[in-house]
Design a protein around this ligand. Structure first.
Ligand code: AMP
Ligand code: MG
Length: 397
């Protein structure tokens, strides 16, 4: 049985990065740039006032208080027509171009009116010129964002500033989600004897939404080979197929057999971890396929540790599986058995860093307990004292 780290390494190695597409600016949020982006202009495009006040010659105000003549008013968007000469100034607003001759903006708080078209400069601070110089952020033609950079709302602001209505990004995968199990009923129904509601096709679609990819739900396949074959084959039309359930050792766990029949290459089928041991990873051409354990917590753990990084790899993220954080356990823990335990925990911070607080759950079917967690502590078998430093994977990034 392979370790979780080996499993992740195999997943990332076998998962392709998708091709690039042109996308409208807002569609790029959550995606990664496939090409570097250069600025088409200097930023800022002109010497710009950073404050509301008076554009002056620093030499004129060195001996403040002094009085100056106001020769022009410059709201944002208005180009100056006059040059500031000794003894003169311009009233200027934040964002307006600084007129020629001026090399400082005195903030309005450091001034008072001194009659018609005159102002008294009460104080000047030579270190606070309050001018953003043309091109000081970036020069025209220089790279503002490298290829591979993930687009967040911050980058959208920058891309808009450099005039990009569209950008070249790595394509997002199309994901198919398939639940399996004879016991599953739609969530609109009250389960009868032996039945449970299908939680996983919903939680997995939600995971996809959070990861910035669209998922199609293929419904529920029953535990017979014909139904599984038909629905899994349909799912193989997508870039990613997520099958929940039917992968453990039971007599009705037919998913691996059907994968085999359909000619997908299975790379591993068990991982030395708890929960999530019967996690299957397969590929077919450029497609990736996961068979996820049916227990609702196990499915979500396997999603976080393996599917999410794979989807990020497809989308061109330079760092598809960010490293876990380190934190101090708030309570002693003993992990038995031979598998790495991914323990539901709460991550909090105190003055000396992250703390990792175990969350009581009743195991891999207990979504009630799991919903109180926001991270998974990675615990190899052994005994851990309160205060021991452990690694933890945040559930939401
Ligand atoms: P399996 O992996 O098919 O052996 O399922 C393991 C456990 O997970 C069983 O108790 C199933 O009833 C449950 N399970 C399987 N699929 C789902 C699902 N889509 N939603 C909620 N529970 C499920
Ligand atoms: Mg099942």
């Amino acid at each position: 049985m392979i370790t979780p780290n080996e499993a992740l390494r195999i997943v990332l190695e076998k998962t392709p990065r998708l091709e690039t597409v042109e996308a409208p600016l807002l569609d790029a949020v959550g995606a990664c740039l496939a090409q570097p982006v250069a600025s088409d202009i200097d930023l800022p495009p002109f010497d710009k006032s950073a404050m509301d006040g008076y554009a002056v010659r620093a030499a004129d105000v060195a001996a403040a208080p002094v009085e100056l003549e106001i020769i022009e008013e410059l709201p944002a968007g208005v180009a100056p027509t006059k040059t500031i000469t000794p003894g003169t100034c311009a009233k200027i607003m934040t964002g307006a171009p600084v007129p020629a001759g001026a090399d400082m903006v005195v903030i309005v708080e450091d001034t008072e009116p001194a009659g018609d078209d005159r102002v008294r400069i009460l104080a000047a601070h030579p270190d606070s010129r309050n001018i953003c110089a043309c091109g000081e952020d970036i020069r025209k033609g220089r790279t503002v964002l490298d290829a591979g950079h993930a687009v967040r709302p911050l980058e959208v602001g920058l891309l808009a500033s450099v005039g990009r209505e569209g950008v070249n990004i790595y394509r997002r995968p199309r994901v198919a989600v398939l639940a399996t199990g004879n016991e599953l009923v739609p969530i609109t129904e009250t389960p009868g004897p032996g039945e449970i509601r299908d939680a996983n096709s919903w939680s997995l679609q939600a995971c996809c939404l959070r990861a910035g990819v669209e998922a199609d739900c293929l419904g529920v396949a029953r535990d017979n080979e014909d139904d599984l074959r038909e629905k899994i084959a349909a799912g193989l039309q997508r870039d990613v197929l997520l099958v929940s359930g039917g992968v453990s050792m039971g007599e009705w766990d037919l998913v691996p057999k059907v994968f085999d029949e359909l000619g997908v290459a299975v790379h591993f089928a068990t991982i030395r971890m708890k929960p999530g041991k019967p996690t299957v990873f397969a590929t077919q051409g450029g497609r990736i396929i996961f068979g996820l354990p049916g227990n609702p917590v196990s499915t979500l753990v396997a999603w976080r540790l393996f599917v999410w990084p794979a989807i990020r790899k497809m989308m061109g993220h330079p760092d598809p599986a960010p490293p876990p954080v380190h934190g101090r356990l708030t309570a002693p823990v003993t992990v038995g058995g031979k598998r790495t335990f991914f323990m539901p925990t709460r991550l909090r911070s105190d003055r000396s860093g992250w703390t990792v607080e175990p969350v009581a759950t009743r195991g891999s079917a207990d979504l009630v307990g799991f919903c109180r967690a926001d991270a998974l502590a990675i615990l190899d078998p052994g005994t851990y004292d309160a205060g021991a430093t452990v690694q933890a994977v945040p559930l939401e990034l």
